[in-house]
Design a protein around this ligand. Structure first.
Ligand code: CMP
Length: 139
């Protein structure tokens, strides 16, 4: 059975372009409940650790540099079938391929500055949520 939580980050581009409010509204309207949330700023070291799964990819250094370039909003979201439904809501990784009305189609500029992160599996949703939040920070 599909899990009920996913993890997301509103990335530095969307934060600096003042899209936090519009993005949270889209998330709530899509039926997700916020279980934990924080406004924070990744260091290059912490961004590299979070994205360690991509460390052999050619885009890794640019990804780490971008994700530590400014503040982000990290959150754990709850909904039935959360991982798949959230990936539908945010759209394709490359915003030029994202369906109209998705968050990336509306707010992202490029595959690097693509506005949002969304977990790709139930297992990673738990790992990623645990990276940012302690038990005491979840409701
Ligand atoms: P995200 O969902 O946060 O996961 C890894 C990120 O790497 C991805 O979003 C993109 O912003 C970034 N990225 C840059 N180039 C690529 C690529 N060619 N394929 C996948 N992700 C990429």
């Amino acid at each position: 059975m599909a899990g009920s939580v996913t993890f997301t980050m509103i990335k530095p581009d969307a934060v600096s372009n003042n899209h936090i409010g519009a993005i949270l509204q889209k998330i709530n309207e899509a039926g997700f409940t916020i279980r934990a949330m924080k406004y924070t700023h990744l260091t290059p070291e912490s961004a590299g650790k979070f994205y360690a799964i991509h460390k052999e990819r050619g885009f890794f250094n640019d990804l780490v540099s971008f994700m530590s370039s400014g503040p982000i909003v990290a959150a754990i979201l709850e909904k039935d079938n959360a991982v798949a439904d959230f990936r539908d809501l945010i759209g394709a990784t490359d915003p030029t391929k994202a369906a109209p009305g998705t968050i990336r189609a509306m707010f992202a500029k490029s595959i690097d500055a693509n506005a949002m992160h969304g977990s790709d599996s139930d297992e990673n949703a738990i790992i990623e949520g645990n990276f940012f939040f302690s038990e005491l920070e979840r409701f």
